[in-house]
Design a protein around this ligand. Structure first.
Ligand SMILES: O=c1[nH]c(=O)c2[nH]c(=O)[nH]c2[nH]1
Length: 302
């Protein structure tokens, strides 16, 4: 019986790096949690325990910290691409690198009527994400960037209906033409290029489109809202070929107050935490480019 090593990757997960730019009294902060992973033929390490081709995960972590100063963190995407190319240049046995980056935003605290120069607060509004996959080097290099947002918690208190659904003998759900719709959204979008993009601006605009569409689409289902959000993003950005969503339907059930002789006209809800509907969808161009390794090891998607 022949046995061999199959797909594998190794690296340092969740290196939390905070870079303070303090060249002027008005400081800037980038706060990233970075996962690095190298893949390739590492059978010597796995089968025989030979570490000759293994760039330690400790070194990978050190590189993240040092690059925060050497290269700077202009955007998660730029930082991820720089790290991936560096690791592929160093580790000859690696044929691919994946860098996963989550960024939290620090907003300036308002003090004495102005934005403070060096005091910050986290306001929520989602975690910015990027997954960079680079395969090969030189002529053969192929780079893929999937940017995104997660933990974007949104709710609309009307403008959402759900009715006309398929029924069988187990169906008890009442149709509704006015319900609360809420989710903690994950969205990830795949670029068809890594050149000529303003990563930060594009992120801000995509996020604004997602929020605006969530608010303005009169919804007949979360599925329809997600599709409309995705369509709007693809219409605005030719550089984005597909967008994937994962959206837990955070159910808000009307509480029956009639035992207490109290009316409840869509005013008091029980916000259930589980179980929840989980709606996942991809919106994609007809002529989308080959994703290659873009979605390699990207968690939780159809
Ligand atoms: O937006 C919704 N989509 C569904 O598929 C679904 N199923 C369900 O019970 N409630 C909802 N809501």
């Amino acid at each position: 019986m022949a046995i061999k090593l199959g797909p594998n990757q190794y690296g340092k997960a969740e290196t939390h790096v905070v870079r303070v730019y303090r060249d002027t009294p008005r400081h800037e902060i980038r706060d990233l949690t970075v996962g690095t992973a190298l893949r390739g033929d590492f059978s010597e390490a796995h089968v025989r325990g030979d570490q000759g081709e293994v760039l330690p995960t400790d070194t990978q972590k050190n590189t993240v910290f040092s690059f925060a100063k050497e290269k700077g963190i202009e955007s998660p995407e730029q930082f991820g691409l720089a790290l991936a190319d560096h690791f592929l240049a160093t580790s000859k046995r690696a044929d691919g690198a994946r860098i996963e980056l989550d960024e939290v935003t620090w907003s300036r605290i308002q003090a004495d009527g102005t934005e403070h120069d060096h005091a910050f607060v986290q306001m929520g509004g989602g975690v910015r994400t990027a997954v960079v996959n680079v395969d090969g080097r030189g002529e053969d290099r192929k780079a893929h960037v999937v940017s995104g947002i997660k933990d974007l918690v949104v709710l609309k208190s009307t403008g959402s209906e759900f009715h006309g659904f398929l029924k069988d003998k187990y169906t008890t759900l009442e149709p509704t033409n006015d319900r609360v719709m809420a989710t903690s959204l994950i969205a990830r979008w795949r670029y068809n290029t890594t050149e000529g993009l303003d990563w930060n601006k594009t992120y801000d605009v995509v996020k604004a489109i997602l929020l605006e569409k969530f608010a303005t689409i009169h919804s007949y289902a979360l599925q329809q809202t997600l599709y409309g959000m995705g369509e709007a993003v693809l219409e605005q950005f030719p550089q984005i070929d597909e967008i994937k969503f994962s959206a837990p339907n955070k159910h808000h059930f009307l509480v029956d107050l009639s035992p207490f002789g109290v009316e409840n006209q869509n005013e008091v809800f029980y916000a259930a935490d589980r179980p929840y509907g989980l709606i996942e969808a991809t919106v994609v161009r007809d002529d989308a480019s080959d994703p290659g390794s873009a979605w390699h090891a990207v968690p939780a998607f159809v």
